[in-house]
Design a protein around this ligand. Structure first.
Ligand code: ATP
Ligand code: CA
Ligand code: CA
Length: 422
């Protein structure tokens, strides 16, 4: 079924930003992609390619509608992550993001001030991040890369790219591209953002009844008596992966991350047609692909892929505010244990038989180090509430509590209630 969003014209406040982000991605990623693969070097992790776009264009960059600067961080590292470990098809990645300049913006951004945009096929999320998060990701990129390499089934956010747009008046916008945990073709009937913290972690139940897209929290989960229904086999897999992932987060000294849980009830199916997020669609815009940009050189798989992009019949203007979402999950998800069943992880009973629920799980918002601000927050919040139940606690305690909570809420666990009681 096509999704209809509010059409946002070129006068939308973030239209120029979106245009610049997508143009930068398109040029930078295809530049790197057109080269022959080579092994990574240490320098690749701190590398940064700069592009300067203007309305005239030059050797390196085609002309663009606006003047802006673009930085592509660690392009070779992200390329390898995408291709070898996240199993993305290079052409698909660029097509999904940039073949048509359509992004939808998530209704209300969180309190961090980040903005979220979905690619038109809903597979990718662009999240604007704070400069501190940006610096942090660059600093830990080697460890993140090593972790992904040795944990092909990691539940951590899959980062596909790290970039920066600089507008002419000097404003800098940092952003990452990551996986959308939720599938395009399935309604997500309930969403929870779980941290293992119980202070203030409740979405008002009366409001939740009105809003099927509400993101519920730990206390809603506990008070509703929810369990993550996974039988012994799947429970063992999930527990092991969560243990490894939270060990990494502990060693990186981060906190405030959460397990995002989307629940699809197969009996209920898609009949409500509530996708997890409201879509606001930017005015469709066709990128100005110039012939001279066509990749030359040997017929490497990359070059072939790029030609496909350049020629794609997908580059036809849409003219309306609707777009079709894929009916099926394609590609990469089949490679991952936790995303294999209709793009997610199917619930099972005590004898490992399938139940009619699919979970969409992932550990998100993993770029917050325990810094001075968080230490102060820990101090102030700790004056009013239990110092161990508030969200900001130091990373070791955070990781252990997070992991213990997730174990407790799984089938066979003792439930989340003890996290609430004092
Ligand atoms: P804050 O720091 O205030 O928690 P934030 O701006 O850092 O907010 P996140 O915690 O990363 O934002 O995400 C906010 C919400 O966006 C999540 O609760 C979830 O509903 C949605 N979201 C984030 N990342 C993803 C993802 N990879 N897939 C699907 N939904 C996501
Ligand atoms: Ca968060
Ligand atoms: Ca955050």
């Amino acid at each position: 079924k096509p999704l209809v969003g509010n059409l946002i014209g070129e006068d939308h406040v973030n239209y120029v930003l979106m245009y610049n982000m997508l143009t930068g991605i398109r040029i930078a990623v295809s530049r790197c992609q057109a080269k022959i693969r080579r092994p990574l070097t240490t320098e690749d992790f701190s590398a940064c390619n700069k592009y300067s776009f203007d309305i005239i264009g030059n050797e390196l960059t085609p002309s663009a509608k606006y003047d802006f600067k673009f930085k592509d961080y660690a392009p070779w590292v992200f390329r390898e992550l995408r291709e070898d470990y996240f199993h993305l098809d290079p052409a698909d990645y660029l097509l999904s993001l940039t073949a048509k300049y359509i992004l939808s913006e998530l209704g209300s951004p969180g309190k961090s001030g980040s903005f979220f945009y979905f690619s038109r096929d809903y597979r990718f999320i662009i999240k604007t991040i704070h400069h501190n998060e940006h610096k942090f990701l660059r600093r830990i990129l080697t460890q993140y890369y090593e972790h992904v390499k040795s944990n092909p089934h990691t539940l951590l956010s899959r980062f596909y790219g790290l970039h920066r747009v600089k507008l002419p008046h000097g404003r800098k916008i940092h952003f990452v591209i990551m996986n959308n945990l939720f599938p395009a073709h399935k309604d997500v009937h309930e969403t929870y953002d779980l941290k293992g913290s119980t202070v203030g972690r409740e979405y008002p139940e009366d409001k939740a009844a009105q809003n099927p897209r509400a993101v519920l929290k730990d206390l809603n989960w506990i008070n509703r008596g929810k369990t993550l229904e996974v039988g012994p086999e799947k429970r063992a897999l999930l527990t092991e992966q969560l243990a490894r992932d939270s060990e990494l987060l502990k060693s990186l000294h981060v906190m405030d991350y959460s397990l995002l849980v989307g629940i699809h009830n197969m009996q209920r199916g898609n009949r409500d047609n509530v996708r997890s997020n409201t879509l606001r669609v930017f005015s469709p815009e066709v990128p100005n692909l110039r012939r001279k940009q066509t990749v030359k050189g040997p017929k490497s798989p990359e070059a072939v892929a790029m030609r496909r992009i350049m020629r794609s019949s997908d580059l036809v203007p849409m003219g309306t505010g609707t777009f079709k979402l894929p009916e099926e999950d394609t590609g990469e998800r089949q490679h991952f244990i936790f995303y294999q069943d209709e793009g997610g992880f199917r619930a099972t009973d005590e004898v490992n038989e399938d139940l009619d629920t699919i979970y969409y799980l992932g550990v998100i918002d993993i770029l917050t180090p325990y810094n001075t601000v968080k230490k102060l927050e820990h101090f102030w919040k700790g004056l009013q509430s239990d110092r161990h139940k508030i969200s900001p606690v130091q990373p070791t305690e955070y990781a252990d509590r997070f992991f213990a909570f997730m174990k407790a809420v799984m089938r066979g666990g003792e439930g989340g209630a003890r996290f609430k009681a004092d």
